[in-house]
Write a protein that binds this ligand. Structure first.
Ligand code: ADP
Length: 204
């Protein structure tokens, strides 16, 4: 399946993307993770992206789209993928649609993970990640940057929800609750897009 996970920072996209991708047997592709790996590795791409990320702004579409196209061209993504954190603007969504179309493909499903904003701020402010073997706060999880990222989400990414709804691809799921509960909701939603539970007995 070709799936996009949509939802604000802190909705749990990364966590669910890993689990769902495992069940689908397709790679989870997180643009945030790819950018962070490039920042740590001090690559050209990382240097280009870093200032935007630290400020909580989006990396320009041009840079991001080129990176995703390269990633989707790799062998493991040929049969399906789960995108986490991309697209984040209507322009990115249009370019994704066009490049899939060139390959004769389209998305099967866009899952929007819905969480209210108070809960998001709570989750992001308390989030810790492993950096070089130690638990640390991500630079862009500082309270003032969190607020800015939520504003960027509202302004630039939230409109994608209506856009994908018009395309007939959108399903919303409640992303509050235990990780396993949210996974079950997601798998049921994917079943509704694809006809059967993609991890069920008829999978494949
Ligand atoms: P979160 O969903 O928690 O905000 P991500 O790990 O998805 O975090 O992204 C972290 C940062 O990486 C973003 O704030 C942004 O600067 C950059 N980024 C990730 N994906 C994109 C994208 N599709 N377009 C532009 N910038 C992106």
């Amino acid at each position: 399946m070709r799936v996009v996970l949509l939802g604000p920072p802190g909705a749990g996209k990364g966590t669910q993307a890993q689990i769902i991708a495992g069940r689908l047997g397709a790679p989870a592709i997180s643009t945030g993770d790819i950018f962070r790996a490039n920042v740590s590795g001090k690559t050209e791409l990382g240097l280009q992206a870093k200032s935007y990320m630290d400020a909580g702004d989006l990396v320009p579409d041009e840079i991001t789209v080129a990176m995703v196209k390269d990633r989707l061209a790799q062998t493991d993504a040929k049969g399906g993928f789960l995108l986490d954190g991309f697209p984040r603007t209507i322009a990115q969504a249009e370019q994704l649609r066009d490049s899939l179309r060139e390959l004769g493909h389209g998305l099967d499903c866009v899952l929007e993970m819905v969480v209210d904003e108070d809960e998001l701020v709570r989750r992001l402010s308390g989030r810790r990640v492993l950096v070089d073997g130690e638990w640390a706060q991500r630079d862009d999880d500082k309270p003032e940057t969190v607020r800015h990222r939520l504003q960027v989400y509202r302004e630039q990414t939230a409109p994608l929800s209506g856009w994908y709804e018009t395309e007939g691809l959108l399903t919303r799921i409640d992303a509050i609750g235990a990780v396993e509960e949210v996974t079950e909701r997601a798998m049921d939603a994917l079943a509704a897009c694809g006809g059967t539970r993609p991890d069920g007995p008829d999978a494949g």
